[in-house]
Ligand binder design. Sequence first.
Ligand code: ATP
Ligand code: LTN
Length: 327
Amino acid sequence: MRILSGIKPTGELTLGNYLGALKNFKAFEKQGECFIFIADLHALTLPIEPKVLKENSKSLAAFYLASGLDPKKTTLFLQSDVSAHSELNAILQNYLYMGELSRMTQFKDKAKSMKDSAIGLGLFAYPVLMSADILLYDADVVPVGEDQVQHIELTRDLVNRFNKRYGKVLVMPKANINKVSKRIMSLSDPTKKMSKSDPKGDIYLKDNPDVIRKKIMSAVTDSGNEIKYDEVNKPGISNLLVIYAAIKGIDIPASEKHFQGYRYGDFKKEIADTVINELKPFMERYQEIMKSDLVNQVLLDGAKRANKIANITLKRVKRAVGLFDEK
Ligand code: ATP
Ligand code: LTN
């Protein structure tokens, strides 16, 4: 089995990225061949300073390593180090259509506050490049948070469309979503996703313990006093129950049961302790890795391995569509 996932180096990673994506990757190492990458080309779809992009990319690689991924087993690489992503993107863009791309929720969210004249083609075509990322590695499974499922569904439509026309060329991928941590919400507005590009209500992995505690203690809840999972009427409490369950590796009813009879204040205090204790060793490993030369070595080696596999698929696709390739 092949497993592939990526994160954009667009900003400081949040607890949402950690619980919804990063923390889940390690478990896949035992199940198959993993490819985990830094989606730096995708980070260019919205304005970003060159220096910031570069720093974020290194930092994200260190986060991957700190999460326990073994670079001997998992291929860790930078998307821009493998030119086949851009080449396959150029081919696949002919098989996805304006109508379906304009229906993507992520695109609509990101573009809603922008003038048409400022929306880059890359932002609109984001799912094409994402399809290329997935299909180049013949990925069977793509672990992501819930917000990415629509993009993977679109990739599946593309595979059907492409294979119907050219034969069995592309492998059909499937999203894998962690049932508990699929959508961590903002602490200040628990009806919105916690997102690294929206600093309100986020816990950043780099926040120090005092800041994390303050943010959790002031998380928006309701005026009631019952600790109960109810996404509609108690989104704030529900989100904190989810965070606890995701960290402890338990389901939501077990999380609810654990806090039965707690007062909101004590409940929040224990959530804060849990988050702080989870992130402390993780961040210590991260700091160590950032001081070493490990990231550079791992990305160099990862790029070599990724290029080898990606180029095989690219060749197969080029031949299928009739691009002259006799080498
Ligand atoms: P941006 O704000 O820049 O759009 P983001 O914080 O949404 O970014 P991505 O780089 O798009 O993060 O996502 C990386 C991974 O983290 C994806 O698999 C995504 O589904 C997951 N993820 C992001 N935010 C959350 C969240 N709040 N809850 C669960 N998973 C999340
Ligand atoms: N779109 C994803 C990042 C991403 C990705 C991928 C995830 C780019 N290419 C391929 C899984 C597979 C995001 O915004 N989180």
